[in-house]
Design a protein around this ligand. Structure first.
Ligand code: FES
Length: 148
């Protein structure tokens, strides 16, 4: 990990104000921000670990646990909810055995619920990584997840 971090951090040498871009780049590289990376970033930027955590925990985009290979996001916004979004989420939970915010033991899937993707016309919506699936049904959720 030290080698990967050195490569990501190098362009930001001496840029004390670069905390957020550095956190973003490290998360892009590792998929999350493990404690070891936070320590490394802190000493690189000349800040304390708690200062780095203070910044990182303020933004919902940063993750501190290892994520699954695929992230499943199921919309629970109003339009999706009234069109059966809850049933889609229940089905995904049954298939994966995890709750929103969780990751399967084999690190295959992470599951999140989202308030609205801005694609309400396609309700109910599920997104796997960057692929958007609209007009979801329980059967469709099973079919889609079987492909991963
Ligand atoms: S409510 Fe689900 S996409 Fe808008």
């Amino acid at each position: 990990m030290a080698e990967q971090l050195a490569e990501v951090l190098a362009p930001y040498r001496g840029q004390r104000g670069a905390t957020i871009p550095v956190l973003q780049k490290v998360q892009e590289k590792l998929g999350y921000l493990p404690e070891e990376a936070i320590s490394e970033i802190a000493s690189f930027l000349g800040m304390s670990k708690s200062e780095i955590y203070g910044v990182a925990t303020f933004y919902a985009q940063f993750r501190f646990e290892r994520q699954g290979e695929h992230t499943i996001r199921v919309c629970q916004g109003t339009a999706c909810y009234v069109q059966g979004g809850r049933r889609v989420l229940d089905t995904v939970q049954q298939i994966t055995g995890i709750q929103p915010g969780g990751t399967t033991e084999d690190y295959k899937f992470s599951l999140e619920k989202v308030a609205c993707f801005g694609s309400c016309a396609l309700a109910p919506v599920m997104v796997v990584d960057k692929e958007v699936f609209g007009r979801m049904t329980q059967a469709k959720a099973r079919e889609i997840l079987a492909q991963y």
